[in-house]
Design a protein around this ligand. Structure first.
Ligand code: ZN
Length: 464
């Protein structure tokens, strides 16, 4: 056996991405993400990696989402001292994401100690701020798209635009073993084509093996133009009755996309001109600033629209970084659109805005992203009559909108289009819930004569 692959995270599940490629004594990792979800799922973050971190030569990072990069400081803490390669934009976003993750873990641990809960051990931080800063030292200067780069002798990597979030990439590995050659492509997370800010994902390159995500392998998404119109409608109707719109939002990509749509709506008259827009999330503000620094990642059409006005500097848009600015928003009676994190409302400033607006019939809460079971967002979406926010029962009287078409993940048709009709590869499915996206997508591939493998965590697959 000279070339093998082991999935150490996101095997038949959607978080914790971590893929190990071994070739003639070299070891390369693709992603090292955090497991996210219920307690059982997250407990895996504290378990051993399944390999010796100090034996890894290089880590290639597909993108800056926490479930792809969140365990890197822990990897470094446990002895990793190799190279870390990522695109320039990913490198900048990762800094914000890992520092935020370290401080959130410190907060959680302090909260567990204060409340004397018996899960103090479970809330123990995986790493601290120093670990996160130390991990950033291992990142090499940013890699450009489609530039071949030798990772170790015999293995060349190429980062290809995955169109998922700023800087996101699929990664193609060309491996030379003596006279033999094999290629393996890792999809990373794939975006939906036709989105406004980023380019469409580059189709899968010809490769012997394709390790691909299948999060939404079981369904098509709702159309984007319909979703945008519904967003405008929600803002318009709420403004008409002098209420506020609260949009719980994810900091990377979603916030920037929403600002773009709101800018379009204001420019075209679909949103009344007097509406004031607040981006009330320090992380989303940092991500937006990073976004503006990376026009090399923009879609051509977006570059053109920038000539008609900058959606991140539009009139009426306020970036509220300090907590006093954030609190001042609570005094606004109507006509405000407030974008705040977290997307699932289980933390962050959005909870303050929910506390001030959920009980008001005139206001609206607009959900534009995924809400896991057990989160505050899920309870509101499911129609709870009242919810608990900061130890207070708040009646839900605001209008609740759930708009599903803004997903940053490729749906089933887009996944199939990315894969194309290449004849010679073996597909390995990862990053999908086994009983949902993965199983359903596997059936489709099998019906087309390409039954995929669905590796289990830790299962070794020989590629050569
Ligand atoms: Zn992602």
């Amino acid at each position: 056996m000279t070339l093998s692959y082991v999935c150490h995270g996101a095997a038949r599940e959607v978080t914790g991405s971590c893929h190990l490629v071994e070739c003639e004594g070299h070891r390369i990792l693709v992603d090292c993400g955090m497991f996210q979800g219920d307690r059982d799922t997250e407990a895996a973050n504290a378990e051993p990696f399944g390999f010796d971190p100090s034996s890894i030569d290089a880590l290639l990072l597909t993108h800056a989402h926490l479930d792809h990069c969140g365990r890197i400081p822990r990897l470094v803490r446990q002895g990793f001292h190799g190279r870390i390669l990522a695109t320039s934009a990913t490198r900048e976003l990762v800094r914000v994401v890992l520092l935020d993750a370290a401080s959130l873990q410190a907060e959680d641990a302090a909260h567990a100690r204060r409340t004397d809960r018996n899960d103090v051990a479970l809330a123990a931080p995986l790493y601290d701020l120093d670990d996160a800063l130390h991990a950033l030292d291992f990142f090499e200067p940013g890699i450009g798209y489609d530039q071949p780069i030798q990772v170790v002798p015999g293995i060349v990597a190429r980062f290809l635009d995955a169109g998922h979030i700023l800087g996101s990439a699929s990664i193609l590995l060309d491996v030379q073993v003596g006279e033999a050659h094999r290629s393996v492509v890792f999809s990373g997370d794939l975006g939906n084509p036709g989105r406004p800010l980023l380019r469409d994902p580059m189709p899968a390159p010809a490769a012997d093996y394709v390790v691909m995500e299948c999060t939404y392998g079981d369904r098509p998404h709702r159309s984007l133009p319909d979703s945008v119109q519904e967003l405008f409608q929600a803002i318009r109707e709420t403004a008409r009755r002098h209420g506020n719109v609260v949009i719980p939002t994810f900091a990377l990509e979603r916030a920037q996309e929403l600002l773009y749509y709101i800018h379009q709506g204001l420019r075209g008259g679909a949103i009344p001109a007097h509406v004031r827009v607040f981006l009330d999330s320090p992380m989303a503000i940092s991500a937006t600033e990073i976004f503006r620094r990376h026009p090399e990642c923009f879609d051509r059409a977006f570059l053109d629209t920038l000539h008609h006005g900058d959606p991140f500097a539009m009139e009426g848009l306020h970036f509220t970084r300090s907590s006093s600015e954030s609190m001042a928003i609570n005094n606004i009676d109507g006509g405000a659109v407030i974008l705040a994190g977290s997307g699932m409302c289980n933390g962050g400033r959005v909870r303050h805005h929910l506390k001030h607006n959920l009980w008001r019939e005139r206001s609206s809460v607009v959900f534009v992203g995924y809400a896991a079971d057990g989160t505050l967002a899920r309870r509101i979406i499911d129609g709870a009559a009242s919810v608990r926010v900061f130890n207070e029962d708040i009646p839900v009287r605001a209008q609740v909108w759930t708009i599903n078409g803004f997903s940053a993940h490729a749906d089933r048709p887009a996944l199939l289009a990315w894969l194309g009709e290449l004849p010679r590869e073996q597909v390995l499915l990862v990053h999908g819930e086994y009983g949902r996206g993965m199983h359903s997508f596997a059936q489709i591939l099998a019906s087309r004569g390409r039954p995929p493998l669905m590796p289990q965590r830790g299962e070794r697959i020989t590629l050569l």
